[in-house]
Ligand binder design. Sequence first.
Ligand SMILES: Nc1ncnc2c1ncn2[C@@H]1O[C@H](COP(=O)(O)OP(=O)(O)OP(=O)(O)O)[C@@H](O)[C@H]1O
Ligand SMILES: Cc1ncc(C[n+]2csc(CCOP(=O)(O)O)c2C)c(N)n1
Ligand SMILES: [Mg+2]
Length: 388
Amino acid sequence: MSTEPTFADLGEDRIVSRILARIPTSDRVLIGPGDDAAVSEAPGRLVSTADMLVEGEDFLHGWLDPRRLGVKAAAQNLADVCAMGARPSGLLLSLAAPGCTAAGFVDGLVDGLVEEAARAGASVLGGDLSEAPQIVLAVTALGSLPADAQPFTRSAAQDGFDVLLGGQTGWAAAGLDLLLASGGALPDNVPALHARAIEAQRAPRPDYDSVDQLRASLDRLGAADGRAVAGQGSEGTRAALIDLSDGLASDAGRMARASGVVIDLDPTALDALAQDLIPIAAHVLDLRDRASHVEHDDAAAIDGDRSLALARQWVLTGGEDHGFLAAVPAGADPLGWTTIGRVRSVAGTGDDPVGSPGVCVDGASPADSGFVRADPDGGFRHFSGVGE
Ligand SMILES: Nc1ncnc2c1ncn2[C@@H]1O[C@H](COP(=O)(O)OP(=O)(O)OP(=O)(O)O)[C@@H](O)[C@H]1O
Ligand SMILES: Cc1ncc(C[n+]2csc(CCOP(=O)(O)O)c2C)c(N)n1
Ligand SMILES: [Mg+2]
């Protein structure tokens, strides 16, 4: 039996002390965790968001690693702050856990949270502790925009804009399916490609700097146009931005509807993104076939069409990579971003999906385009199972 003390053994105050001992101080934080609330320098406009991780819904006990969970909890919040074009400044961590949780759990958790916060330039400011039958993390993130800067919203996409991807999509979903196909536990001795997908699921590392590159490219474009408009100048926002948490098609759909436009994704660009995921898809299909006693000799027996279909499904509907999707004026060409489509005006009427705001692939609704089989705009929704 483990001799490590549990939350119940230590009690609230000692666990809080254990957490606080791991949170570094920062010049910008005048009063850090330990008082009733934290006090920080707050320049410009306040940007705030919250996101939860719930055991059983967002991760399973079988693949739990406290440090990676801390990274994930931080990343999914920090990406939302960056997706407004803002700079993250602080995180608050509210944690509920069963009394039988090993006290050491908070060490890794807080270290992961602090580490990822630092990567985005933010500090951990405090939080709250409670007891629950399963682990629940509720993180609040704060950030700021310069006083005269407009945020990057979902609603700024315009006809003719390029649609760009910053970071990756499909990897965290591939990792999730690998974990689920392995019975909800961490598989042993996985190849590097599989390890990359599992890591994307357990501890996504968004490329926060890609938003700086986006802003810089818009500044250059504004200067070249002879307009005194910076990427986020006071004349208004010139780019739409969203973080990819629920899936590319789903989040692009949100941007399209908020902007009243059609986002037309390029199947060749999507297939380039799907390419690396195909060997993982073949392995997942093999594991699933074995679990349902479908007979075949090895993964090579999985036909290529099924693997491609699953890899495409991950690219279009997989969430949790926390890449960024942007719509920017043609010619902006931010460093490190990939063009994956074009914004078009709404044309047509009635039930024609291209005739109303939404996502299409090469001019047709993704299902009709033959690009994926199931409803690709579904993405992930809580209260309806995985990738409905
Ligand atoms: N319980 C709630 N109370 C108030 N507002 C909420 C609540 N849940 C969600 N919202 C708001 O609804 C909007 C959509 O929430 P959602 O969690 O889908 O955010 P998102 O950015 O679209 O997704 P993600 O957090 O996965 O990136 C956000 O502006 C969020 O603040
Ligand atoms: C056990 C388990 N089941 C399903 C998933 C998949 N999943 C959970 S939340 C989410 C989208 C973002 O959520 P939110 O909008 O709350 O940020 C996705 C794709 C998972 N990671 N673990
Ligand atoms: Mg978001």
